[in-house]
Write a protein that binds this ligand. Structure first.
Ligand SMILES: NC(=O)c1ccc[n+]([C@@H]2O[C@H](COP(=O)([O-])OP(=O)(O)OC[C@H]3O[C@@H](n4cnc5c(N)ncnc54)[C@H](O)[C@@H]3O)[C@@H](O)[C@H]2O)c1
Length: 333
């Protein structure tokens, strides 16, 4: 298959290698021509240090290859998905398989990434979401990994499953694209909060509390927006939450650690130096929750710290001092 991957950050690059190893003809598109040039000449992406880029991958910064591709993968940060889809749309043949591997919710509209892409390409193609616990650094090193391909049209999801599946990359399918995409986007907020907890020097107990109650919030919003609660127990929910909240590969957690140690949100973003999706998701997730009338105390706290500059200690006291309740008052499973 001919495949174009749009976005040459760590994730787009790791997936290009995986797809190349699976026998596909891969073109990797960079937003900056300079990025393509560096990869072409050094056979390395600075975002994925120590991973050799195979000779067979073509590096470009124009959209020509989209025209003849059987599959197009969107792998840019969420803030760039709409513009990238708009630019790629004139080159896209109707019926091409389209995949989104971006984890986020669009700022002003609150739309999921596959919804943004579908708008920009006038619904000319099926769009599948591929999500799950998958650090680029580990996929680049061929560490065994499992993810989910989601689409209401299961045939489209199964095609993505076949194309990406490898001896080190297991792909499951799920028709619940709402739950899969929201799990991937919202867990970044919780990971940022777990980082704050670590940065403040709090304990494993605190982190477990945050992850478990965070999962309840994610599922609460997901179900209100049409997702299935069971999806949140799967790879794109619980799986991704575990990996992002506990790993040093997670930029969201690293940004949170810096904030927990007293840095401002802006300083922390700058220091991490790569896309911190949890920062954007804290705003869009908060907006979606308000709009749907869903209570998300941890996500609201993240919003208050990141966008209103509230001190983390005050926010923590508010969270711990919330009105008492029964755990079984509400179950997400
Ligand atoms: N890195 C991972 O391990 C991983 C794993 C799964 C999913 N994801 C998701 O993949 C997406 C991309 O993450 P990443 O880690 O590859 O990003 P990154 O931070 O490594 O790279 C960012 C890339 O975006 C490009 N870019 C910047 N501005 C742009 C614009 N206006 N238009 C188009 N491209 C632009 C940059 O040139 C750079 O190549 C995110 O949504 C992330 O959540 C990442």
């Amino acid at each position: 298959m001919k495949i174009t991957v749009l976005g040459s950050g760590g994730w787009g690059t790791a997936l290009s290698i995986l797809l190349h190893d699976n026998g596909h003809r891969v073109t990797l598109w960079s937003y900056e021509a300079q990025e393509a040039e560096v990869m072409r000449t050094t056979r390395e992406n600075p975002m994925l240090k120590g991973v050799l880029l195979p000779e067979g991958i073509t590096f470009v910064s124009d959209f020509d290859s989209v025209r003849e591709s059987d599959m197009v993968v969107f792998a840019t940060p969420s803030f760039a998905v709409r513009q990238t889809a708009k630019n790629a749309a004139p080159f896209l043949r109707p019926g091409t398989a389209v995949v989104s591997v971006t984890k986020g919710i669009e700022g002003k509209t609150g739309l999921r990434m596959t919804e943004v892409i579908r708008q920009e390409i006038n619904d000319c193609c099926q769009v599948v979401a591929l999500s799950g616990p998958s650090h680029a650094e580990e996929v680049g090193r061929k560490v065994p990994t499992g993810v989910v391909a989601a689409c209401a049209d299961l045939k489209a999801a199964e095609l993505v499953q076949d194309v990406f599946m490898s001896p080190v990359f297991r792909v499951y399918t799920n028709p619940d694209i709402v739950g899969v995409e929201l799990g991937g986007a919202l867990k970044n907020i919780i990971a940022l909060c777990c980082g704050v907890s670590d940065g403040m020097g709090l304990g494993d107990n605190t982190k477990a509390l945050m992850m478990t109650r965070g999962m309840t919030e994610m599922a609460r919003l997901g179900v209100a927006l049409g997702g299935r609660s069971e999806t949140f127990a799967g790879l794109s929910g619980m799986g991704d939450l575990i990996v992002t909240c506990t790993s040093m590969h997670s930029r969201n957690r690293r940004a949170g650690i810096l904030i927990g140690k007293g840095e401002s949100a802006q300083q922390a973003m700058k220091e991490v130096g790569a896309t911190v999706e949890g920062y954007y998701a804290a705003e869009s997730g908060h907006m979606l929750a308000e709009r749907a009338g869903v209570e998300m105390p941890i996500c609201r706290s993240a919003y208050e710290v990141l966008y209103e500059g509230r001190p983390v200690q005050h926010v923590l006291e508010d969270l711990m001092g919330r009105q008492k309740r029964g755990e079984a008052d509400e179950s997400w499973l």
